[in-house]
Design a protein around this ligand. Structure first.
Ligand SMILES: [Zn+2]
Length: 437
């Protein structure tokens, strides 16, 4: 495991170097430390845990920049995002680091994609509440939730602890609190997009810029850098609180979202569709895993051969994702948005580009407009090259705004190699056959 992590870190460094060589944008982690890093730490200090009832209070305070979006703001907005950077959940040199969300925010600022530049077109949801233990327990066992909370004392004595049997997942004294905040951000965005869909035809799309990520976390525990299944928790919340019966989850992270897969494997009302690199962590998500019992057919796993890129994913979108979603007729679409399928990502070997992520963002938004009154929330999952992660998220924002992609400025076609399109076609044909698409 240590060897694996060591290799991963080496690759992270290599990935960062690769990025530096291939983009004219100078990505300065140092400046993150001095700007967003401290800004977020300050705003994070408004939240505190009350141990007795496991709740965390995020006070709105009287900050002049904090507000709940009023209905009129929601109807004007095209993007609504929430930021939960989990600054206290960090292990030095770990790829799932506390630089990830600030680096995205830095790119959004640089590319003028924040409310400061866009007025009411882009809203930041600032004063969302952390998830309640009951929300988490709709997906995870109460034993796990209370056990993690208790482990915080040990983490606070030791600084950092590793959670047994969870893959390389660590916890610090802040992990429990930060994970409730991350899940709460997703839930609040569900509230906002549902509210907006009642008010107008033009709804904002939600984006939860959160960590720790969630799609590997299993009912009984954390796994693969993930603590609580943010997207799964939001899916259950949308059903229970808003009465949205049918939830369609698209997971384009390079790894299989085994946690989400398992949570809904027998559930006919939640469709889980995952594309991932064949053979990558955690080794689940085979093409013949289709769901079980009543849920047979509402899980679709499409492992893509290493080297698959933009052409492969465009074909998958048109030939698999669209017909599947049309047939399922969802009430809301949730997205496990992992940016680690990017060609520059150090932890895997697909060849998505910024342009691929722009296409996915734009097409999924259209799908949500066509099928479920635009109700759609993206959840940040993986993405470990800070440069490609940040600019791909920023270009996703441009897609949501209906503005042209800037991918040509970020992508370097010279580093791409030929996609294994014969193997891709075989996988697509197989999945279409299995799901009668
Ligand atoms: Zn991943």
């Amino acid at each position: 495991m240590l060897l694996m992590l060591g290799n991963a870190l080496l690759l992270v460094r290599r990935g960062l170097c690769k990025w530096k060589n291939h983009t004219r944008f100078n990505f300065d982690v140092g400046s993150l430390r001095s700007t967003f890093f401290h800004k977020n730490l300050r705003s994070g200090s408004r939240c505190f845990a009350t141990r007795r009832d496991l709740s965390i209070s995020c006070s709105a305070g009287n900050d002049k920049d904090s507000y709940e979006p009023a209905n009129e703001k929601l109807t004007n907005a095209k993007v609504i995002y929430a930021v939960a950077p989990a600054m206290g959940h960090n292990q030095e040199s770990h790829p799932e680091s506390h630089f990830r969300v600030p680096s995205i925010m830095n790119a959004l600022e640089k590319m003028e994609l924040t409310p400061k530049f866009r007025g009411s077109e882009i809203i930041e949801l600032r004063d969302f509440k952390p998830a309640l233990v009951d929300d988490i327990a709709s997906v995870h066992t109460r034993n796990y939730v209370s056990g993690l909370e208790k482990a915080m004392d040990r983490a606070s004595e030791q600084g950092i602890i590793f959670i047994e049997g969870s893959g390389p997942t660590y916890a610090t004294a802040n992990t429990f609190q930060d994970s409730l905040i991350a899940a709460g951000a997703g839930i609040s965005l569900v509230n906002s997009v549902v509210e907006a869909s009642k008010l107008s035809q033009e709804q904002p799309i939600g984006f939860a810029l959160i960590r720790p990520p969630g799609h590997h976390a299993i009912p009984k525990g954390p796994m693969g850098f993930c603590v609580f299944g943010n997207v799964a928790i939001a899916a259950r919340y949308a059903q229970h609180v808003h009465g949205l019966k049918r939830v369609f989850i698209i997971d384009f992270d390079v790894h299989h979202g085994n946690g989400t897969n398992d949570a809904f494997y027998e559930d006919p009302d939640i469709f889980f569709l995952s594309t991932h690199q064949d053979g990558s962590y955690p080794g689940t998500g085979k093409i013949d895993q289709l769901g079980r019992g009543d849920g047979e057919g509402t899980t679709l796993n499409l492992p893509l051969p290493g080297g698959s890129g933009d052409v492969a994913m465009r074909t998958v979108f048109d030939e698999v994702i669209v017909p599947c979603a049309q047939r399922f007729k969802p009430d809301i679409i949730l997205v496990s948005a992992g940016y680690d399928a990017h060609v520059l990502d150090p932890l895997a070997s697909l060849q998505f580009t910024t342009g691929t992520y722009y296409m996915l963002a734009s097409n999924i938004q259209q799908l949500a407009k066509d099928l479920c009154r635009g109700r759609c929330v993206f959840f940040l999952e993986g993405g470990y090259n800070l440069g490609s992660l940040s600019y791909s998220v920023a270009d996703s924002f441009r897609a949501f705004l209906g503005e042209p992609s800037l991918a040509l400025e970020f992508d370097n076609p010279a580093i791409l190699y030929e996609e294994p399109l014969t193997k891709v076609k075989r996988a697509i044909d197989m999945v279409k056959h299995l799901h009668t698409l």
